[in-house]
Design a protein around this ligand. Structure first.
Ligand SMILES: C[S@@+](CC[C@H](N)C(=O)[O-])C[C@H]1O[C@@H](n2cnc3c(N)ncnc32)[C@H](O)[C@@H]1O
Length: 266
């Protein structure tokens, strides 16, 4: 399935920042707790974006690891490389399009991750086979993505504001079903973990900023909502009214992220 999608640096970093500021839990801590990294490991992060997970592994292992991040998006890779220089870390950031054979040899990584990215793959089983190929026997793949109940309040507000049906999201519509099944078909064992993170907004501003960085026309995921050039702002203004009404009633807005962490062993 061809997925027309493009993440921009600003929108991705904005959403990450809002999770950090308003979330009750810390997804990096949750992940580091369950993935059991060890010094000396050779690690690959697929769909690394601006390098969030690579920097987290580097800091957790005090630099004692060989870490590579790969992504298809030049803008995000440039941001990751800039941060690598600024932090004086030695992470290797490479061009990697997970819809094609990875430019990497087989059987070499101890640990691999793919966070909030696998569901943008055109042929999920192909990408999962590539991830499996580059892992050493016994190596592990960690993947994260949205479970069906993810951000229910966010989708409810948008539905109430627009009266439109939410377009099928490449992630939440198939992460816990098709994608989990493909992992089970390729790997010898898959363990499922779930992380819930309630983002509590005391005012509507951060919720609206999050919504803008999600619906943004750059990402193309919500294009079916926008037929005319004024539609984006008109829809945002309707969403703002509904969010304000809910905030006036409840005193806060709570959006719960429900994330699945699948650990697959080769
Ligand atoms: C939501 S972002 C997550 C980035 C990062 N893992 C994080 O958690 O901050 C999804 C990432 O998948 C990447 N991506 C999408 N299609 C890709 C492809 N065909 N090959 C490699 N990466 C891809 C995007 O460029 C983006 O960096």
């Amino acid at each position: 399935m061809k997925i027309d999608y493009r993440e921009t640096t600003n929108d991705l970093l904005k959403r990450i920042d809002i999770h950090t500021q308003f979330g009750s839990g810390n997804i990096d801590e949750w992940m580091l707790n369950i993935i059991d990294l060890k010094p000396g490991m050779k690690i690959l992060d697929v769909g690394c974006g601006a390098g969030k997970q690579c920097f987290s592994y580097h800091s957790y292992l005090s630099g004692k690891a060989d870490i590579t991040g790969g992504d298809v998006n030049d803008e995000l890779l440039a941001q990751a490389r800039k941060e690598n220089e600024k932090r004086q870390t030695d992470i290797n950031f490479i061009d990697l399009n997970f819809n094609q054979e990875f430019p990497l040899e087989s059987n070499q990584y101890d640990f691999e991750s793919c966070c909030f990215a696998i569901y943008y793959a055109e042929e999920i089983p192909f990408t999962i086979r590539e991830m499996h190929r580059v892992l050493k026997p016994g190596g592990r793949l960690f993947s994260s993505g949205p479970m069906p109940d993810n951000k229910r309040m966010f989708y409810d507000v948008i539905t109430e504001a627009t009266g439109l049906e939410i377009p099928p999201m490449p992630g939440s519509s198939r992460y816990s079903t098709q994608i989990l099944d493909a992992m089970k078909n390729t790997f010898s064992k898959v363990d499922v973990h779930v992380f819930e993170n309630a983002l509590t907004f005391p005012t509507i501003d951060p919720f609206i900023a999050y919504t803008r960085a999600s619906l943004t026309e750059d990402r193309k995921l919500w294009n079916s909502f926008f037929n005319n050039k004024d539609d984006f702002e008109r829809i945002m203004s309707e969403i703002t009214k509904v969010a304000q009404k809910r905030l006036d009633k409840d005193g806060k807005l709570v959006m719960t992220k429900v994330v699945g962490g699948f650990i697959a062993t080769k």
